[in-house]
Write a protein that binds this ligand. Structure first.
Ligand code: PMP
Length: 461
């Protein structure tokens, strides 16, 4: 067999890929017919594909490459750690320096008293930890009936059976066996699609109060926790109305339940603060992190745990853990990533330069006849495509059809933008400079113009 390299013709790579590689969240037979885009290298905010195209990555991979591609420091740290100690577990009364140092650093960065870290390999695993941890917490508190976790429709918390159940993705649940028992979902604060004639503020309050109603319906003695992303990411960058989080905070304080903030996307500078919890002034009992923790250079996630919860969990053996919990190479890479973020003041860069400039450009897209609303916090933004912006009118096609067509135009114009239904979203690397944002804007306008024409011509308005 030939060695497979970046120098092989694209079609050959695509054929082998189609024969053997099952892609996540993909209709693989459709992809096989079309051929996957082969990404060969990346630097800064730009990907290169096997045809030599230079593509602006406005999604930072999967919302994770916060410090951008091609940082040699991370490669060097990984190589050094691999030579020194490529692996050891943290199960049986042992530990190692990368895990110690990263846990200490996370405790320092995280808000409030999230001083304890349980490591995982990614966000799904960390959320599985959280399911087990909150139930174990209440067991040890002598309340074994407090096992129900309340989440939200259209939330994304991962794709394992546990975390996929926490999530509220109807398409995932339709594929069998999910949600597992004792996980229930309330409505999401998605005003544009679901707010009807209500003001965003009233709608935000109403959706927050669904939490209180659900706690009362189930009985507080059955509810363990509420989990939410400060801003829903994969659901479509749904930025809740301003009234939402203060009311959720009030409800959590009024009832004896734990709050889990899933900051897999909103963590590590994405909102212009270190964490989305700081942006919304919330103090979770547990925080899920992954993605930006290592800028995607190594698979790692974690549950950051408050003093209150850790004290109870640590009082006995928590029968849980992953082979790669605190993996030394991933931990060393994450630590170096955080060092760079601090040294280069990347959170300040987001807050004071990149995000305000992106916001100015992004909001100007609202003038486009195809665009119903534009929303943005920090470096995560979305826009709603609409057939008539005055009434938030949907298209004459199943939801997502027009979003998909628009994404195709973006890809054709060498811009990675994602669609969720008929919403277009971006979450670029945090290190974007103004000139990159100008390129993003120019390609977005061109793509929107082309898609708008196609959709009009196809009679879908
Ligand atoms: N939580 C959130 C909020 C996420 O966005 C994701 C991934 N998109 C996850 C959890 C799951 O993380 P992973 O894919 O690393 O398992």
């Amino acid at each position: 067999m030939n060695k497979i390299t970046n120098h092989m013709p694209t079609a050959e790579l695509q054929a082998i890929d189609a024969a053997h590689h099952m892609h996540p969240f993909t209709a693989n037979h459709e992809l096989a017919a079309k051929g996957a885009r082969v990404i060969t290298r990346a630097s800064g905010v730009t990907l290169t594909d096997s045809e030599g195209e230079q593509i602006l990555d406005a999604m930072a991979g999967l919302w994770c490459v916060n410090i951008g591609y091609g940082r040699d420091e991370l490669a060097e740290v990984a190589a050094r750690q691999m030579k020194e100690l490529p692996y050891y577990n943290t199960f049986f009364m042992s530990t190692h320096v990368p895990a110690i140092a990263l846990a200490q650093k996370l405790a320092e960065l995280a808000p409030g008293d999230l001083n304890h870290v349980f490591f995982a390999s990614g966000g799904s695993e960390a959320n599985d930890t959280n399911i087990r941890m909150v139930r174990r917490y209440w067991d040890q508190m002598g309340k074994p009936n407090k096992h129900v976790i309340i989440s939200r429709k259209n939330a994304y918390h991962g794709t394992s059976v546990g975390s996929g159940s926490l999530g509220g993705m109807a398409g995932m649940h339709a594929q069998g066996g999910m949600p597992i028992p004792d996980i229930v979902h309330i409505g999401q604060p998605y005003w544009y699609l679901e707010g009807g004639d209500m003001s965003p503020e009233d709608f935000g309050l109403m959706r927050a109060r669904e939490l209180e109603a659900k706690i009362e319906e189930l009985g507080e003695d059955r509810v363990a926790a509420f989990i939410a992303e400060p801003i829903q990411g994969a659901g479509g960058v749904i930025i809740p109305p301003d009234s939402y989080w203060p009311e959720i905070k009030r409800i959590c304080a009024a009832h004896d339940i734990l709050l889990i903030a899933d900051e897999v996307i909103t963590g590590f500078g994405r909102t212009g603060e270190w964490f989305g919890s700081q942006y919304y002034d919330i103090q979770p009992d547990i925080m899920t992190v992954a993605k930006g923790l290592s800028s995607g250079y190594a698979p790692i996630g974690a549950s950051l745990v408050s003093d209150k919860v850790a004290k109870v969990i640590d009082s006995g053996e928590f029968a849980h853990g992953y082979t790669y919990s605190g993996h030394p190479v991933a931990a060393a890479v994450a630590l170096e990533n955080l060092r760079i973020m601090e040294e280069e003041k990347i959170v300040d860069h987001v807050q004071n330069e990149a995000a305000p400039y992106l916001a100015e450009k992004w909001h100007s897209l609202a003038d486009h006849p195809f665009v119903g609303e534009t929303t943005i916090v920090g470096m995560m933004a979305s826009l709603a495509l609409t057939a008539d912006k005055s009434v938030r009118k949907p298209f004459k096609a199943p939801a997502g059809t027009v979003g998909y067509k628009t994404r195709e135009r973006c890809f054709a114009n060498n811009l990675i933008m994602r669609h969720v239904g008929d919403r277009m979203i971006v979450a670029p690397p945090l290190v974007m400079q103004k000139s990159d944002i100008d390129t993003l804007y120019e390609r977005a306008v061109k793509s929107l113009d082309e898609a708008y024409k196609n959709v009009k011509d196809a009679g879908l308005m």
